[in-house]
Design a binder for this molecule. Structure first.
Ligand code: NAP
Length: 252
C-alpha cells in the first residue's frame, strides 16, 4: 500500500456520510480530516470527525490550512443530494481534490460537463451509482443475460427517505441492458418500477422474460456497511485515474 490518504467527507452527518466517516476511521491507510454538512447545526455529531462545517468549500479551506496540500494524497467523498452534488464536484475539480461520488441523480448533461472539467482541471473523479460489490455483479450478470433475452423490467426498492426516483443503480442497469440490445440492432427501453417503503435499505430485481421462462437477478443491501469496501477502494484508487470514471467495475 502507498502513502496514507487524507479524506474530507461531504454530507458527513447523513446516513451514508456518517457510515463513510466510520469506515475511513477504521482503515489504517486513510485519515479522516473533516467534513461538510448543511445540517451541522441540528444533527448529532459523528464520533471521530475532527470538524464539520456547513459547506464543502469551507471544509477544504480548513483542511488546506491544516496542511492537507498534497493533491495526490487526498480525496473528498460526496454522499449528499442530487441538487448539491454537481456544485460540490465542481468545487473539488477546480481545487485539485480528487473526488469519489456516491450521490445519485446526476443528469447526463451535467455528467458530460463534469467529465470535461475533470480533464481540463487534471483532477480525477469516480462516480458510482452503487458501491456494493453484489450490485456491481448484478449489473454485470444483467448485461450478460441481455444478450439472450429481449424482454426485461427492473424493480428497485428503497427506504422511503430516498429523494431520487428511479435509483441511480436502476438507471445504470437499464442503460447497460439497452446498450447491449442496441448492439444487436434492437431499439427498446427497459421499464423501471420504484418502490419506497420504511424498513427497506436498497434492493433491486432485474427480471428477464422469454418463452416459458423468466430469469430474476436480485441484489439486497441489508445495511449501509455493504457499500463501504467499495467506497474505501475508490478513495485509494481515485488519485491515479484519468478524468471522470463512472462505475465501480472500472477499478475492481
Ligand atoms: P441523507 O441522509 O439525506 O444525507 C445527505 C446529507 O448531505 C445530509 O446530512 C444533508 O444535510 C447533507 N447535504 C445536503 N446538501 C449538502 C451540501 N450542499 N453540502 C454539504 N452537505 C449537504 O442521504 P443518504 O441516505 O446518506 O444518501 C445520500 C446520497 O447517497 C443519495 O443520493 C443516495 O441516493 C446516495 N446513495 C448512494 C449509494 C451508492 O452506493 N452509490 C448508496 C446509498 C445511497 P441536510 O439533511 O441538512 O440537507
Amino acid at each position: 500500500m502507498g502513502h496514507r490518504i487524507d479524506v474530507v467527507v461531504s454530507g458527513a452527518l447523513g446516513r451514508m456520510g456518517s457510515t463513510v466517516c466510520a469506515a475511513v476511521l477504521a482503515d489504517p491507510g486513510l485519515r479522516l480530516v473533516g467534513g461538510a454538512d448543511l445540517g451541522v447545526a441540528g444533527a448529532p455529531a459523528v464520533a471521530g470527525l475532527p470538524f464539520c462545517v456547513p459547506t464543502l468549500a469551507e471544509a477544504l479551506d480548513r483542511a488546506e490550512n491544516e496542511g492537507v496540500r498534497d493533491a495526490a494524497a487526498r480525496a473528498v467523498v460526496d454522499f449528499t443530494q442530487p441538487n448539491a452534488v454537481v456544485g460540490n464536484m465542481i468545487t473539488c475539480l477546480e481545487r485539485s481534490w480528487p473526488v469519489v461520488v456516491g450521490t445519485t441523480g446526476i443528469e447526463p448533461e451535467d455528467m458530460s460537463r463534469l467529465a470535461q472539467l475533470s480533464v481540463t482541471e487534471g483532477t480525477p473523479a469516480l462516480v458510482a451509482p452503487n458501491f456494493a460489490l453484489g450490485a456491481v455483479l448484478m449489473m454485470e450478470f444483467a448485461r450478460t443475460a441481455a444478450r439472450h433475452f429481449v424482454a426485461c423490467e427492473v424493480i428497485e426498492l428503497h427506504h422511503d427517505a430516498k429523494i431520487d426516483t428511479p435509483s441511480g443503480t436502476a438507471r445504470r442497469t437499464a442503460d447497460l441492458i439497452e446498450a447491449e440490445w442496441d448492439g444487436q440492432g434492437l431499439s427498446k427501453s427497459v421499464p423501471v418500477h420504484s418502490v419506497r417503503l420504511p424498513g427497506l435499505v436498497a434492493h433491486q430485481e432485474v427480471i428477464f422474460g422469454g418463452i416459458g421462462q423468466t430469469l430474476t437477478i436480485r441484489h439486497d443491501s441489508l445495511a449501509r456497511e455493504s457499500f463501504m469496501p467499495g467506497v474505501v477502494l475508490a478513495v485509494k484508487r481515485v488519485g491515479a485515474l484519468q478524468g471522470l470514471v463512472v462505475g465501480l467495475e472500472n477499478i475492481m
